[in-house]
Write a protein that binds this ligand. Structure first.
Ligand SMILES: Cc1cc2nc3c(=O)[nH]c(=O)nc-3n(C[C@H](O)[C@H](O)[C@H](O)COP(=O)(O)OP(=O)(O)OC[C@H]3O[C@@H](n4cnc5c(N)ncnc54)[C@H](O)[C@@H]3O)c2cc1C
Length: 449
């Protein structure tokens, strides 16, 4: 039988209607939902959704804003069997939506398969990550939602829908669905044969050299990340994840460049790190995936952080903005000019590239993109004051904010950024006419009511 429990309080027990709501991973957001359902089967998910007046799916709670909250109840899929089913013939894997990427990656690797990319952390759920267009890096790599071949979704009336890429109308609108269309119970993802990766970190790359060669820098490996605090004349670190085997290796245009850098120990004016690094200055690299060019599995190198350890800092906030990649250098100029406002509040920033896609609410919809990520100190009031300043500076580039991180823009401004925005709203109206899956975040940032 399904279990319905009050959201666990942080200390002590709570009575009905008086629960102390659970916090998100970063601890900066306290869910207002009164209860959380933990179904164990698809039928129980259907029953819970059909019977609720307001409900939303909760993933692994790694978003930094109110996107996952519900004015009614929440449903977690953590107690569903991950049901990882690999289909070697179609090169796909099907998993329960609540499965974490780290769990999936381990199983795929042991079966000789791989995902094309991972986010910086493997701790996040598959359904929660694709719902917000979560991404890794790489000029030719789409965000994680672009690997979705099919979705199984429980709609507001409890019926089960299966949407397939290429044949189901609305599929491109439903994948980055912000939890607004239903509860995604299963996700089918593209996979490929396992491949080997090496990871190398270079330090203190002069900004002038990076900006003068931006395309060459980001195309020099399968996945490139630049870490900076926006002050000074240098980019602090460049992380290069290079594919050493597998079908994409031959098309890795930058492999020669990276190879030269490995041999010379320098990369666009930066010097190769002699010891493993954490992106945050002074923090132990123990939490990070293997570096120093040691070849090994994709599953232990494509993310920055290891599954068994705390990712990033833990005590932090995050924001991220995406611009067309041709605006990257100009946008970096704007952000560097704001360093007196940004740097004092910052732990570190990361610059990554994401390939264009056709998912309606993807932050890379229709455009090869560059993402500017900000890991902030946990000083939310001050961060919220600087966000509108940054968004204004990036407005000429139509910067799209990450759905799962902190941003200032409201629904009207966000609507301007997505050509298929009204189609998404229509799809949500059709899938959820009684607005069972709406919450205050969606009202403010998407639906404008
Ligand atoms: C340390 C850290 C590092 C991060 N690194 C990256 C990064 O490298 N790249 C990046 O892009 N982002 C990154 N993020 C952000 C993170 O990937 C997103 O916020 C992501 O949405 C979190 O997934 P989740 O499972 O925690 O979802 P939640 O935060 O729990 O929920 C997010 C959204 O997904 C919906 N959802 C969840 N499950 C379902 C379901 N089964 N059906 C329908 N909707 C569902 C929720 O309703 C909500 O709208 C990072 C976050 C942290 C804390």
């Amino acid at each position: 039988m399904r279990t319905v429990s009050e959201l666990p309080g942080l200390s002590g027990s709570t009575g009905a209607g008086s629960s102390a709501p659970e916090l998100n991973w970063a601890g900066n957001y306290r869910y207002t939902a009164a209860s959380i359902h933990r179904p164990r089967t698809l039928e129980e998910v259907q029953e819970v959704v059909a019977g609720a007046s307001k409900i939303r799916a909760l993933g692994s709670r790694h978003s930094f804003n109110a996107i996952a909250d519900s004015p009614g109840s929440l449903v977690s899929l953590e107690d569903l069997d991950p049901g990882i089913r690999i289909d070697a013939a179609t090169r796909t894997v099907t998993v329960s939506g609540g499965t974490r990427y780290g769990t999936l990656a381990e199983q795929l690797e042991s079966a000789g398969f791989a995902l094309s990319n991972l986010a910086s952390l493997p701790h996040i759920s598959v359904a929660g990550a694709i719902a917000t267009a979560t991404h890794g890096s790489g000029d030719a790599n789409g965000n994680l939602a672009t690997s979705v071949a099919a979705l199984e979704l429980v709609a507001a009336d409890g019926t089960v829908h299966r949407l397939n890429r290429g044949s189901s109308p609305g599929f491109d609108g439903a994948v980055v669905g912000l939890g607004a269309l239903g509860v995604v119970t299963k996700v089918t993802l593209d996979i490929e044969p396992t491949f080997t990766v090496r990871q190398d970190v270079f330090e203190a790359l002069p900004w002038d050299t990076v900006l003068g060669n931006f395309d060459a820098v980001t195309s020099s490996a399968y996945s490139v990340s630049l870490f900076t605090d926006w002050s000074g004349d240098d980019v602090a670190q460049a992380w290069l994840k290079s594919r050493l085997s597998g079908s994409a290796a031959s098309s890795d245009a930058g492999s020669t460049l990276a190879g030269e850098a490995f041999a010379a120990g320098t990369f666009f004016g930066g010097t190769r790190a002699g010891v493993a690094r954490h992106p945050l200055p002074g923090v132990s690299a123990e939490n990070c995936t293997e570096q120093l060019g040691v070849p090994g599995s994709w599953s232990e190198r494509l993310a920055h952080f290891r599954m068994a350890f705390t990712p990033s800092s833990g005590e932090e906030l995050q924001s991220e903005f995406f611009v067309r990649r041709e605006h990257a250098v100009a946008a970096i100029g704007e952000l560097r000019a704001l360093s007196d406002r940004i740097t004092p509040l910052l732990l570190v920033s990361e610059i990554r590239t994401v390939a264009a896609d056709k998912l309606w609410l993807s932050t890379a919809y229709g455009q090869d993109s560059v993402g500017f990520h900000f890991t902030w100190k946990q000083r939310q009031d001050e961060v919220e004051k600087v966000l509108p300043v940054m968004e204004e500076a990036l407005a000429p580039f139509n910067a799209r904010p990450h759905w799962g991180k902190l941003f200032h823009a409201g629904a009207d401004a966000v609507a301007e950024l997505y050509p298929r925005f009204s189609d998404f709203k229509d799809l949500a109206e059709r899938m959820d006419p009684e607005q069972k899956f709406r919450n205050e975040f969606l009202a403010r940032k998407v639906f404008g009511n």
